[in-house]
Design a protein around this ligand. Structure first.
Ligand code: IMP
Ligand code: MG
Length: 336
């Protein structure tokens, strides 16, 4: 498995950070490159007893030899970025493309002030929508214009393509989820660009023939923050009872919750041409699954749930999250 794209199959917060951090360590990634919108995404990584909430630096930072890149399609908030370089201790192996568009305070102000965005859509208030709008108008600043970012500037598409051509392990880390896509999501309750696998590739400068695997991440139940439809939504009390109650990484807002949605999952697989499924938080549905690393040891009901997903969606579930730590996972990728 040389070049793998990891994307979200529902509304974000599926656990992409955990999957990417595991893959980077396990497969000894040479490059982990972040695609997607920008610092509206919060990817959580639990590693060696510490929790990291990353909005810019790729979750693969846990593998200390991995080069960490941000593709030109991704928005950068310099303050958030520089802080994360410090927190992850990744200085020296981080690179961003000169064309990454820059989020300024005015974008954040607009995102939080405009009723349509903060009220109706329920955006994260991170300035991403207004910055992408300015980008489309071709008035946004780009990374090479910001002195503090100069030491990190690199040609990300060139680095990524050369690594793939050498046969190195490259992981493209998508953000958000399929149904937050500006094109394929529940418009207008969506983010400010497409976030499917093809766009993740475009974000980092990879053409469609360079990708070997597309791993789509589904959580064992569905959550959504902000406005927009959520089929089968349960009450907050019920979510708490089931252990599905979560708060958002970036905004601290409560996440709405619903059961696993097979119809959406099927469509997400189509839209991303996914080749494998990563299923996260199986231990939340089946507490006896907690920490298990071998498929055979899962409780029967948990196995039945996995088998139902495989038979309905016609794709193998190759990675199964059984706890928050990045190593609490069942890896079936190499099973025959
Ligand atoms: P924006 O991306 O901040 O413009 O927000 C648009 C919609 O996408 C809102 O419903 C947000 O809650 C949602 N959203 C954006 N990024 C994420 C994410 O990383 N996880 C979950 N929801 C997100
Ligand atoms: Mg998140």
């Amino acid at each position: 498995m040389v070049c793998t794209v990891v994307v979200g199959g529902f509304f974000g917060d599926e656990g992409k950070g955990k999957i990417v951090s595991y893959l980077a360590l396990k497969d000894k990634a040479s490059i982990v490159v972040r695609a997607g919108v920008g610092p509206n995404a919060g990817h959580t990584v639990h590693y060696r007893g510490k929790t990291y909430k990353l909005r810019q630096i790729p979750s693969g930072f846990v593998y200390e030899k991995a080069r960490l890149l941000i593709g030109p399609g991704v928005l950068v908030n310099p303050e958030v970025f520089l802080k994360e370089v410090e927190v992850t201790g990744a200085e020296g192996r981080v690179g961003i493309d000169k064309y990454c568009a820059i989020i300024e305070q005015s974008h954040i102000d607009r995102d939080r002030r405009e009723k349509h965005l903060s009220g109706k859509i329920g955006t994260t208030g991170s300035g991403c929508g207004p910055a992408n709008a300015d980008r489309a108008l071709r008035v946004v600043k780009v990374a090479e214009q910001i002195p503090e970012l100069r030491p990190y500037i690199t040609d990300v598409p060139l680095e990524v393509n050369e690594a793939v051509d050498r046969g190195d392990v490259v992981i493209v880390e998508g953000t958000q989820g399929t149904f937050l896509s500006l094109y394929h999501g529940t418009y207008p309750y969506v983010t400010s660009k497409d976030v499917c696998a093809a766009s993740a590739c475009a974000d980092v400068g990879l053409g469609p023939k360079k990708v070997d695997e597309v791993i789509i991440v589904f959580k064992s139940y569905v959550t959504r923050v902000g406005g927009g439809p959520l089929e089968g939504e349960i009450s907050k009390e019920e979510a708490k009872r089931r252990g599905w109650y979560e708060v958002a990484t970036v905004t601290g807002r409560e996440r709405r919750a619903a059961p696993f949605n097979f119809k959406l999952a099927k469509r997400a697989i189509m839209l991303n041409s996914a080749t494998q499924i990563a299923l996260t938080k199986l231990d939340v549905l089946f507490p006896e699954a907690r920490g298990i690393k071998e498929y055979e040891k899962l409780p029967t009901q948990a196995k039945e749930f996995v088998e139902k997903i495989e038979s309905e969606l016609k794709l193998p579930v190759t990675l199964i999250g059984t706890g928050p730590d990045c190593k609490e996972i069942i890896d079936r990728r190499f099973e025959v």
